[in-house]
Design a protein around this ligand. Structure first.
Ligand code: T46
Length: 185
């Protein structure tokens, strides 16, 4: 498995080994052994799947507060997304910085989003299914979000008028958001 360097420390973009043969392909989408070897040592406790029927759906930017903060391992099992993370760790040299990645069924790339980051994506094609592992259970009382279009973040989404849930159209900007993550260097 190859790990691409990202601009945000601890965020990892992964290219798993794909074993192709005349029948098609096989790949280990997750293994504690190979993922620990690249520094992803958390134990995942829940798998999530979302399907977005249309292109232009934007889900995010979400995070859970401590003590229920989540690390996420994200991959696309149908279609394609522009996947975005934002550093929310107070004291981080990249606090408030964002980075975007194209994850797709065809490129088989995965993104590791550590706790302390907001996460969101927009779909690039219809019928896009996103599958992701989390290392902490869903906690509605700790579920928070920041505005996808916060001018201070300046995220360069590949769309202008996304399809949003009511919740995602009402998140505060980062400056007004409740966060409790500390950068540990
Ligand atoms: C996250 C979650 C949600 N739900 C329920 C709550 C709602 O009744 C329904 C849809 O939830 P929500 O609108 O928050 O789903 P998304 O907009 O896809 O949010 C997710 O997508 C962004 C990109 C993320 O990174 C988060 O992990 C997650 O918040 O599923 C559950 O039952 N369990 C869960 O773990």
């Amino acid at each position: 498995m190859r790990v691409a360097v990202t601009k945000l420390t601890d965020v990892k973009l992964l290219d798993p080994n794909v074993q192709e043969d005349p029948r098609g392909y096989f790949m280990e989408s997750y293994s504690l052994l190979t993922f620990s070897a690249v520094g992803i040592k958390c134990v995942f406790v829940q798998d999530n799947i979302s399907l977005s029927e249309q292109a232009g759906v934007l889900r995010g930017l979400h995070y859970q507060l401590n003590p229920k903060a989540q690390s996420k391992l994200v991959r696309v099992t149908s279609g394609a997304i522009y996947d975005v993370v934002v550093d929310l760790r107070q004291g981080s040299p990249t606090f408030g910085h964002w980075e975007g990645f194209i994850l797709s069924f065809s490129n088989k790339r995965q993104l590791f989003v550590p706790q302390g980051f907001a996460h969101g994506f927009c779909t690039l094609v219809p019928q896009t299914e996103v599958t992701y592992k989390v290392n902490e259970f869903y906690s509605p009382e700790n579920d928070r979000g920041i505005a996808w279009n916060d001018p201070a973040l300046g995220i360069d989404w590949p769309l202008r008028n996304p399809i949003l849930s009511a919740k995602d159209s009402q998140h505060p900007i980062l400056a007004d958001a409740e966060i409790n993550f500390k950068y540990e260097g």
